[in-house]
Ligand binder design. Structure first.
Ligand SMILES: Cc1cc2nc3c(=O)[nH]c(=O)nc-3n(C[C@H](O)[C@H](O)[C@H](O)COP(=O)(O)OP(=O)(O)OC[C@H]3O[C@@H](n4cnc5c(N)ncnc54)[C@H](O)[C@@H]3O)c2cc1C
Length: 806
């Protein structure tokens, strides 16, 4: 009997684990029952009843009439209601690798087969040429403190060299760069100046250029795209208004279809009233992309009085268009300000895509957001962190307190490791995500994941870097490479979907529906008015869904009791266990999603903290897989192991924490307890990073090496007066060489010489004859760099008045 029970549990568990079809299950149970009846354990009557049930459940018409019909009724009662804007947002874009992670059985080989993105020779030349020049032209302190703008020369250079036209097709004079190349450009720019990176990032993100290329009429493309490419036109895009920030679908700005005078003639047009704020580049824009709700009360366009959100392109020199005033976003003075207009009349041709695209604005915006959100802010954040990782590592090695480099103190190693590990992870994530975009994906869920997590990690790392730098990070001035990034971090957190909203509502809200193999099909089927068609489609989806849920339960249980030891991994080395843990989390996520949906139904949308934690599991799995992909695509570099280990352990631990909190706070506490027992029979087991690993990562940041170079690859490291980070990099190398000279001197003097006043020490050592003139000169040069690294700027009171400091 025990053996039979064993065969039953493992046989069916195995079939479920392998996601066997309904017919395979039915046959397997049939064979099992026949076996039992030959052993006189099951009666013939049991067999007959089973055969009748098996035939019924495998006969579509019977199943639909007697089972699926009732499920459909129930489903329609609990189905979440969805507004048109929500539906369009959910439908936008595509799903990609995150869908595999969501579905409980990721195929790792598939992930590793995605090609690693590469730069074309033109893109490489642009990064090494114009981007390097643009970086050399910016003085961030002057921009932020004195001019509140980029210099006119830099503006002109950016326009002349196509910086605002990276997404515009070559046939219109643009650069037509890959998403990966755009990301690399932004990373490099953001390492030297947030204002510069934001100024370049916005026209290449969601805005007139992108919208025109996808939806513009040929005449609009021919007119605007060459002018945008050459920098003759500066675009901005205005969606946000004082009453509608995160809830952008609720904008009160409106247009009325009516007749009016245009260039001396009466034409059919629209009178638009708007009041927008926070609009990047608006103060200097020549063309304003505007989102508003279009109405046609007199039926001049058709029979729909409320056409809905519409996007138009408005030349800003038209009378009645108000621009020019500026906001001051946290002392990071990129051009940003309000715009308004009161009943200003424009032709219908101003609508992007022409009058037939009236009312399609929301769909256009969410589609384009799926791409832009995955490039600009994640890349800016990554560039900032790559620069910070090396700069903070160098500073920690140069700066001494208690006679040792602060980077050798365990307390400093902890935050330093966070910065290093995150720099490795964030670069991996931007590479994998922009690679997906270059493969033709519009990954709406992934772009929300990377926007939230990379800006969030960036903010955490900047705070860590500030703490490590102490007063050096606090006193602003030309030598401070940190303070502006620290001030500006909340901007990245807020724009393109504020982070709390993105985590609580968007990642999982969109992810669950788009990535689940059956939920969208069920929703669509339930909304059909043709009952036969609805039943046909719903039946297919709901039975698939049941099988999927049973399979994920079995996978979760098996992976739980075995601690995922026997599950698949593409590598049999130090990364093997990471893949296995991800198999488990992936199965858990799929299973818990179904349980949460079943228990909460439409309420799940309002249970934001449940939704956020489920989204966190999905997000951490994505970050973790991107890191492992990077490690492999980089050639499985052994020197990078500490960085890879740190990044993977950190995200796996965060996934586990999200799961733990989810179960602890499950809406039905008893269900939460049972789920914990089923999923974690041996308890929560993963530990986060450990001290020795933190130490390895922290030391890696302080010592030049191939691995460290890889971490900062592609950033602006020129040793130039506008780039204190480049100078500090040189100083790090000088200090390490100086330490060897110091040892030589110490042998002669018989005491441990401290690494200060190196110029004086050089003279004394020369007199003692224990070093060469060349070594003495090295000590003098090192002292100059060392002082530049540890010193901060000071100003006369007059200089500190805005607009006078140099
Ligand atoms: C510097 C800067 C540049 C910008 N550039 C542009 C631009 O070029 N064009 C443009 O159109 N807009 C732009 N914006 C606007 C930006 O997109 C909005 O600021 C953003 O959408 C958030 O709106 P809000 O600031 O009004 O915050 P609110 O919407 O008032 O949100 C306040 C808080 O509530 C949270 N929240 C809101 N709803 C929910 C929810 N359902 N669940 C949980 N939390 C929620 C948010 O996450 C946030 O933390 C810019 C903003 C800034 C600051």
């Amino acid at each position: 009997m025990l053996l039979l029970l064993f065969v039953f549990i493992f046989g069916f568990g195995f079939l479920a684990y392998k996601r066997a079809s309904l017919i395979s299950f039915t046959l397997a149970i049939g064979i099992y029952l026949i076996l039992l009846s030959t052993m006189d354990i099951a009666s013939n009557l049991t067999l007959v009843i089973y055969i009748a049930l098996a035939v019924a459940i495998n006969t579509k018409t019977f199943r639909q009439q007697y089972v699926s019909r009732h499920f459909l009724k129930l489903y329609r009662r609990i189905m979440p209601e969805m507004s048109q804007t929500e539906k369009e947002a959910i439908d936008a874009g595509t799903t990609w690798w995150e869908a595999d992670l969501f579905r409980g059985a990721p195929d790792w080989q598939k992930m590793h087969n995605y090609p690693a993105p590469r730069l074309t020779p033109e893109e490489k030349a642009f990064l090494e040429g114009p981007v390097e020049v643009a970086c050399s032209m910016v003085n961030d302190h002057q921009v932020c403190h004195q001019d509140a703008d980029l210099s006119p020369q830099l503006w002109q250079y950016l326009k002349d060299n196509g910086f605002f036209a990276m997404i515009i097709k070559q046939q219109y004079g643009g650069l037509e760069f890959s998403a990966y190349a755009q990301s690399r450009v932004l990373q490099k720019l953001s390492g030297i100046s947030t204002v510069l990176a934001s100024t370049v990032g916005v026209p290449n993100s969601l805005g007139p250029g992108e919208l025109l290329q996808h939806y513009g009429t040929q005449a609009q493309k021919d007119h605007y795209l060459p002018r945008l490419a050459s920098g003759k036109e500066i675009p901005c895009f205005a969606l946000t208004s004082p009453e509608a920030g995160s809830d952008a679908g609720a904008i009160p700005d409106f247009g009325i279809i009516c007749k009016g005078q245009w260039q001396g003639k009466e034409i059919l047009g629209m009178k638009i009233t708007w009041n927008k704020r926070y609009i990047t580049l608006a103060p200097v824009a020549t063309v304003l992309g505007l989102a508003f709700k279009l109405r046609d009360p007199d039926g001049l366009l058709g029979d729909k009085p409320d056409l809905g959100i519409t996007c138009a392109l408005i030349p800003t020199d038209i009378a009645g268009v108000n621009i020019g005033r500026r906001h001051l976003p946290l002392n990071i003075p990129f051009q940003n300000g309000p715009t308004s207009g009161d009943e200003v009349f424009f032709p219908l041709d101003f609508i992007i895509g022409g009058p037939e695209m009236a009312g399609r604005g929301w769909q256009m915006l969410v589609e384009c957001l799926s791409v832009g959100r995955g490039i600009t802010l994640p890349s800016n954040s990554t560039g900032a962190i790559k620069m910070l990782a090396l700069a903070t590592g160098a500073y920690s090695r140069i700066r001494r307190q208690f006679k040792v480099p602060i980077g050798h103190m365990e307390g400093i190693e902890e935050p330093l490791a966070r910065i290093g590990g995150n720099a490795y992870l964030m670069d991996a994530v931007t590479t994998m995500t922009t690679g997906a975009i270059d493969l033709g994906e519009k990954p709406s869920v992934v772009s929300a994941i990377v926007k939230y997590h990379l800006t969030d990690r960036m903010q955490g790392c900047v705070i860590d870097a500030m703490d490590i730098h102490g007063g050096k990070g606090i006193c602003l001035g030309p030598n401070n490479y940190l303070g502006r990034g620290y001030q500006g971090a909340p901007i990245a957190i807020t724009v393109e979907g504020a982070n709390i909203l993105t985590r609580s509502l968007i990642i999982y809200g969109q992810g669950a529906i788009r990535c689940h193999p059956y939920v969208l099909a069920e929703l669509d089927a339930a909304q059909l008015t043709d009952e036969r068609e609805a039943l046909e489609q719903f039946d297919h989806a709901v039975f698939g869904h049941i099988g999927f849920a049973v399979s994920n339960f079995c996978r979760s249980f098996w992976l739980g009791i075995t601690n995922s030891r026997f599950s698949n991994s593409p590598f049999d080395d130090e990364t093997k266990r990471y893949y296995q843990h991800m198999n488990r989390f992936s199965a858990n996520l799929a299973f818990l999603s179904d349980i949460a949906m079943a228990v909460l139904g439409g309420e799940l949308k309002r249970k934001e903290r449940i939704s956020a934690r489920l989204g966190d599991i999905l997000s951490q799995l994505y970050l973790c897989s991107a890191t492992l992909k990077r490690f492999n695509d980089d050639g499985r570099q052994q020197q990078d192991l500490p960085l890879m280990h740190w990044a993977v352990r950190d995200s796996l631990f965060k996934a586990q924490t999200a799961l733990d909190e989810l179960l602890r706070n499950f809406p039905l506490p008893l269900v939460g307890k049972i789920l914990r027992w089923v999923l974690y029979p041996t308890g929560i087991t993963l530990v986060t990073t450990y001290d020795a690993l933190d130490q390895e990562v922290a030391q890696l940041l302080q010592q030049p090496s191939i691995s460290r170079d890889r971490l900062g690859y592609g950033q602006y490291w020129a040793v130039a007066s506008n780039n204190p980070v480049g100078i500090q990099e040189q100083t790090l190398r000088d200090v390490l060489a100086a330490e060897k000279i110091l040892k030589k001197i110490s042998l002669t003097t018989g005491k441990k010489e401290p690494l200060i006043f190196l110029d004086k020490l050089a003279d004394e050592a020369l007199e003692l004859g224990c070093i060469t003139e060349e070594e003495a000169q090295h000590l003098r040069d090192t002292e100059v760099g060392r002082l530049a690294s540890i010193n901060v700027d000071d100003f006369s009171p007059e200089q500190l008045r805005m607009g006078t400091s140099k």
